[in-house]
Design a protein around this ligand. Structure first.
Ligand code: NAD
Length: 317
């Protein structure tokens, strides 16, 4: 069987497939040329990440295709139901990057409470000439230990976030419209582990009690956090969105930062990707990253291996 990894695959994923007898082509074929390439090379398995689109037209016109694998979580770039109706196996790797996203949340959160996002902008400009003034202006940091983290969306990533939070001594509260209670298993390097059950509560309660709020829900029709929710939050709250643009109302966030209701925010995802609003990018109270939550080498390795395992399983090898 032939596999085209159009948006790449990790070395270990590739090895697993070749060891199992698959031919793996790692090549970025442009969207326009993809149909011809698949037909000419009799590709049976198409692997993509978020860049390559797999729409009805491609599915209809590539009879050799038997499987479509998406390395990562969302499958918005694939006509999943249509492909399944046509008998294709369509799969993704939902769990492979959860801990990477959770670590990014804490990269932003630790940076947030010490204003690193801000001092990183100013130290190159003024660190030499105004060191003492900068030292004074960034001196009002706080610790995360003992504070309350509100996690909205208590699925795979939300629970990984909870593990780190509990590990550093934070109180964790959570909301989820399906999960009532989840047992968080903290595993330590020496194989000791403890389990901590956490009951979820409505978003309307969580927002009143959290010092920091981190969003981990899928894409929504309308924002979960808008002006009316922010109004009910604690003064000086920090908000982190690594879920999807649109889950958090960006205008409401900017207004709340302006009014000093929100002390800092962190955004890895944006309403208008890949061209985020410039007023977000220029805002000095926002810690920014360009949608890199899942982009660690460990996650990429796990994604590749998980894709290979599924292909081998479905091919009955
Ligand atoms: P998941 O499906 O495991 O968990 C999502 C949880 O949200 C579910 O438990 C669901 O019941 C809950 N939920 C859905 N709608 C809700 C609502 N309105 N109110 C409360 N809870 C609600 O998903 P996951 O793997 O944890 O991923 C979470 C999010 O992270 C997704 O949006 C995903 O796209 C995003 N993500 C971002 C990156 C990144 O690079 N930043 C990487 C991977 C995933």
């Amino acid at each position: 069987m032939k596999v085209l990894a159009n948006d790449g695959i990790s070395k270990s994923g590739e090895k697993k497939l070749t060891d199992a007898g698959f031919e793996v082509i790692i090549k970025k074929v442009s969207q326009e040329q993809l149909k011809d390439f698949i037909n000419k090379n009799h590709i049976n398995v198409l692997l993509v990440r978020s860049a390559t689109k797999v729409r009805k037209d491609l599915i209809d016109n590539c009879p050799s295709l038997k499987m479509i694998g998406r390395g990562g979580v969302g499958m918005d770039n694939i006509d999943v139901e249509y492909a399944r109706e046509k008998g294709l196996k369509v799969f993704n790797t939902p769990a492979a990057s959860s801990s990477s996203v959770a670590e990014l949340v804490f990269a932003h959160l630790f940076g947030g409470v010490r204003q690193l996002y801000h001092s990183n902008r100013n130290m190159p400009l003024e660190g030499e000439s105004r060191f003492k003034e900068l030292k004074k202006s960034y001196a009002g940091g706080t610790e995360l230990r003992g504070k309350t983290l509100g996690i909205i969306g208590f699925g795979r990533i939300g629970r990984e976030v909870a593990k780190i939070a509990l590990g550093i001594g934070m109180k964790v509260i959570a909301s989820d419209d399906h999960v009532g209670e989840a047992e968080i298993a903290l595993e330590f390097y020496n194989h000791q582990s403890i389990k901590i059950p956490i009951k979820t509560e409505p978003v309307s309660e969580l927002i009143k009690h959290a010092d920091y709020i981190s969003l981990h829900v899928p894409a929504q029709e309308k924002p979960i956090i808008g002006a009316s929710q922010i109004e009910k939050m604690k003064d000086g709250v920090g908000i982190i969105n690594t879920a999807r643009g649109g889950v958090l109302d960006e205008n409401a966030l900017l207004e709340a930062i302006e009014a000093e209701k929100v002390s800092f925010a962190a955004l890895d995802v944006f309403e208008n990707e890949p061209s985020p609003a410039i007023r977000l990018l220029m805002n000095e109270s926002i810690s920014l990253s360009p949608h890199i939550g899942a982009a660690t080498s460990e996650a990429q390795e796990r994604i590749g291996v998980e894709l290979a395992d599924r292909i081998i399983e479905y091919a009955g090898k």
